[in-house]
Ligand binder design. Structure first.
Ligand code: AQP
Length: 332
């Protein structure tokens, strides 16, 4: 079985629709066909300031949402990143292999640090893609299911794996990004030129899966479209409408062409009303399943502990080989 690995940050509380359609939905499907490792990346979360109690609560909340979305600990390895110390350990080795200029070219850092003010951005935020390299290489992952915004980080992972392999001998698998074209980028409902994102979107443009279903329906109904009335999938000319079609198509399994036909001659109101209903039908059980997992934190924690144990057995092996190749003296 080929192996996949991916992670999600526990920072926003609720996952948003972009996280779900761009990443988590694929994770659920891939656990059936792949040897799948999924983690809540709390080490990445602290690249921006976090309240400790909130971080702890959000880490459980993220795990609960992953289970509610359909991850099954019998079918995949689900764990919390900080429970596996090898991530930070391999991260250091990878830091020492990365050029400063190379790290400076990561566009996510440029975007995020620009928002915070360059002086306030942490060194952790700067090196976060390199920790991500370690996350992936530790598990010798073949594929990494992510949204389009992560493509550059997977490229960096391949570059560093190749560099290590040629300098120290074959050690790491070169991973490929696994990005579904249709849902690679879900756009902000109010500004369909930008990706839906917890930090850049306005509340009206962002669909949080744990919001009140009524509020979600309202956001869908007030989504920005255009002055035309034709429902056609055309991301360049009609980004707002195309985004709504993508969301509806993915959540219902109906092809875009069929949707275009269904709404022929009807206005945007019809599409939005139907999509609002689809969204409500999706988030309502998602919310209650998430709550059920949260209501039993002991079971949740022990499930994560088992996941970490499984993850560690793989990670420790890769780290031991890496340390040996680098020339570290083994501890007796
Ligand atoms: N709009 C999106 N469309 C498709 N995929 C997306 N992802 C995020 N936004 C979209 C994917 O979600 C996964 C988890 O991402 P993360 O935990 O790293 O969160 P993030 O990328 O930091 O999420 P945001 O909302 O985009 O945060 P900010 O605003 O801080 O940048 C990833 O696979 C990501 O590709």
């Amino acid at each position: 079985r080929s192996r996949v690995l991916s992670g999600i940050q526990p920072t926003s509380g609720s996952f948003h629709l972009g996280n779900y359609l761009g990443a988590v939905r694929q994770w659920v499907a891939l656990q059936e066909t792949h040897d799948a490792f999924y983690m809540v990346v709390d080490l990445h979360a602290i690249t921006v300031p976090q309240d400790p109690a909130e971080l702890r609560a959000n880490t459980r909340l993220a795990a609960a949402q992953l289970l509610a979305a359909g991850l099954d600990p019998e079918r995949c390895t689900l764990f919390v990143q900080s429970h596996v110390p090898e991530h930070a350990q391999l991260g250091w080795v990878m830091n020492c292999l990365t050029g400063f200029g190379e790290a400076s070219r990561m566009t996510q850092f440029k975007d995020k640090s620009a928002k915070q003010g360059a002086d306030r951005a942490t060194v952790g935020l700067f090196t976060y893609p390199i920790l991500q390299v370690a996350d992936i290489l530790l598990y010798q992952a073949d594929q990494v299911p992510v949204g389009e915004d992560q493509r550059q980080h997977i490229e960096l992972t391949r570059d560093l794996a190749e560099r290590f392999n040629s300098r120290f001998g074959p050690t790491f698998t070169l991973p490929a990004p696994y990005i579904l074209k249709e849902t690679a980028k879900i756009y902000d409902l109010q500004d369909p030129q930008i990706k839906m994102s917890k930090s850049a979107s306005t509340p009206k443009g962002l669909i949080n899966l744990l919001d009140e279903p009524k509020a979600t329906a309202k956001k869908v109904k007030s989504a920005v479209t255009d002055t035309d009335t034709v429902i056609r999938f055309d991301p360049a000319e009609k980004p707002g409408v195309s985004n709504l079609l993508t969301i509806q198509s993915t959540l219902t399994g109906t092809g875009i062409a069929e949707l275009e036909q269904r709404y022929e001659g009807k206005g945007y109101g019809a599409l939005k009303t139907d999509l609002a209903e689809v969204m409500v039908d999706f988030v309502t059980p998602f919310r209650s399943r998430t709550q059920e997992f949260l209501d039993d934190p002991e079971t949740l924690d022990s499930l994560l502990a088992k996941g970490a144990e499984k993850a560690r057995s793989v990670a420790a092996e890769t780290l031991a080989v890496t340390y040996d190749r680098v020339g570290f003296l083994p501890a007796k």
